[in-house]
Design a protein around this ligand. Structure first.
Ligand code: FES
Ligand SMILES: [Fe+2]
Length: 348
C-alpha cells in the first residue's frame, strides 16, 4: 500500500520531451508529455477513454495528446477536445489527469486527491539550480524492490562498511562507533552521523588531498514518503569540523527520490553534486561514476533482498541497534497511511 496524497518524483525534467513518455507510478499507468504551447509538463492516465488503448502510442499535437488508435485528442487537463468525424464531444469523454509540477530539474506528481495537491509541499532542492556551487549529474534506475527497501538502506548507514567497502565505505569499526543523532520530524526524520578521526574512504581521497585522519559527517533528511536529502563530507581531524562544516575538505550533496512503481518495483532518482572542485567538470564526472558504482551495489542488495522477502516473507526478522532511524522512518510512513485511511473512511 502506498501513500497517495503526496508528491513523488515522476521523472527528471529532461526525460519529458516532445513525445509521450509512459511510466507506471504507485501502480497506476501514467503518460507524461509537454504542452507544445507552454512547454509545461502534463500527466494523464495512460488509457484512452475510447477503447482503452495506452495513450503512449499517440503523439503530442498543438492542442494536447492525440490517441494513436482513432485520433481523439485530450488536453493537459484530460478533457477530450477533438473526436475525428464527430462534431459533439460527450462530457464523459475525458481521461484522468494528475497534478504535475516542474521544479528544481524534477517533475513532481501527485497521485492522490487532486484538490489536496499543494505545490507548497514539494520538497525544495535549490542545489539543482545552483550549477556554480553544486555542479551535478543525475541518474534514474528501475529497481526490482519495494521503494521502502531503498529508504531502509539509506536510513541504516552501517551497510556502508560492508556493501561499499571498495567505494564510499571506509573502515567498519569507524562506522559502528559513529555518533548518531536522530531527530524525528513531522514528516519524517533527520539524522546526522559523525565518524571522528577515521581514515578517508577511497572516494574522498581520490577527490581532494586529505590528512590521514578525517572527521566525517553524513547528514540525512527523510521527507516521507519518497525523498531523502543527503549532505556528506569530511575535513581533516583537529580542524573543528563539528562546529564548522563550511571549510576546505570534501563535501557532496545527493538528492534521492524513491517512487513506487509496483509493490515490488520502484524508480530510484538521484543526483550527485560536487561541492569540492566545482570548476572541474572531470571531478563532477568522477564523482558521478563513483556514486553510480556504489548505488548499483545497493540496487543489487535490495533486489536480492526483495526476491527473498517475496519468496519467504518477513516473519521472524529482527531489529538491531542500527535500525533506530529506519524504525522511526517506517513509523512516519505508517502514520501517513493510517491518516489517509482514516480520512477516506470519514469521507465515505
Ligand atoms: S482508442 Fe483512443 S481514440 Fe480510439
Ligand atoms: Fe548504500
Amino acid at each position: 500500500m502506498f501513500v497517495k496524497n503526496a508528491w513523488y518524483v515522476a521523472a527528471w525534467a529532461h526525460e519529458i520531451g516532445p513525445v509521450p513518455f509512459a511510466r507506471t507510478l504507485c501502480g497506476v499507468p501514467v503518460v507524461l508529455f509537454r504542452d507544445r504551447g507552454t512547454g509545461k509538463p502534463a500527466a494523464l492516465l495512460d488509457r484512452c477513454c475510447h477503447r482503452g488503448t495506452p495513450l503512449r502510442f499517440g503523439q503530442v499535437v498543438p492542442e494536447g495528446l492525440e490517441c494513436g488508435y482513432h485520433g481523439m485528442v485530450f488536453d493537459t487537463a484530460g478533457a477530450c477536445i477533438r473526436i475525428p468525424g464527430q462534431a459533439s464531444i460527450p462530457p464523459k469523454a475525458r481521461v484522468q489527469a494528475f497534478p504535475v509540477v516542474e521544479r528544481d530539474e524534477l517533475i513532481w506528481i501527485w497521485m492522490g486527491e487532486p484538490d489536496r495537491a499543494d505545490p507548497g509541499k514539494i520538497v525544495p532542492y535549490p542545489f539543482h539550480n545552483d550549477h556554480a556551487r553544486w555542479p551535478h549529474k543525475c541518474q534514474v534506475y528501475h529497481v526490482k524492490a519495494n521503494y521502502m527497501l531503498l529508504v531502509d538502506n539509506l536510513m541504516d548507514l552501517t551497510h556502508l562498511a560492508f556493501v561499499h567497502k571498495n567505494t564510499i565505505g571506509g573502515n567498519p569499526k569507524a562506522h559502528v562507533e559513529a555518533k548518531m543523532t536522530v531527530t524525528p520530524t513531522d514528516d519524517g526524520l533527520h539524522f546526522i552521523r559523525w565518524l571522528m578521526d577515521s581514515a578517508p574512504p577511497p572516494t574522498y581521497a581520490k577527490a581532494v588531498p586529505l590528512a590521514e585522519r578525517i572527521d566525517r559527517w553524513m547528514e540525512f533528511q527523510y521527507i516521507a514518503p519518497g525523498a531523502v536529502l543527503q549532505w556528506t563530507g569530511g575535513i581533516d581531524s583537529g580542524k573543528g569540523a563539528v562546529e564548522n562544516r563550511n571549510q576546505p575538505g570534501f563535501s557532496l550533496r545527493i538528492f534521492h527520490g524513491l517512487t513506487p512503481e509496483t509493490d515490488t518495483t520502484c524508480f530510484y532518482f538521484w543526483s550527485a553534486a560536487n561541492g569540492y572542485r566545482q570548476d572541474d567538470p572531470g571531478a563532477t564526472d568522477a564523482l558521478f561514476h563513483e556514486i553510480d558504482t556504489a548505488f548499483r551495489e545497493d540496487k543489487a542488495i535490495v533486489e536480492a533482498q526483495q526476491a527473498m522477502l517475496t519468496a519467504r516473507g518477513e516473519q521472524g526478522l529482527i531489529d538491531i541497534v542500527s535500525d533506530a532511524a529506519r524504525v522511526h522512518m517506517r513509523r512516519a510512513v505508517k502514520r501517513m497511511i493510517a491518516a489517509e485511511a482514516a480520512s477516506e473512511a470519514t469521507g465515505a
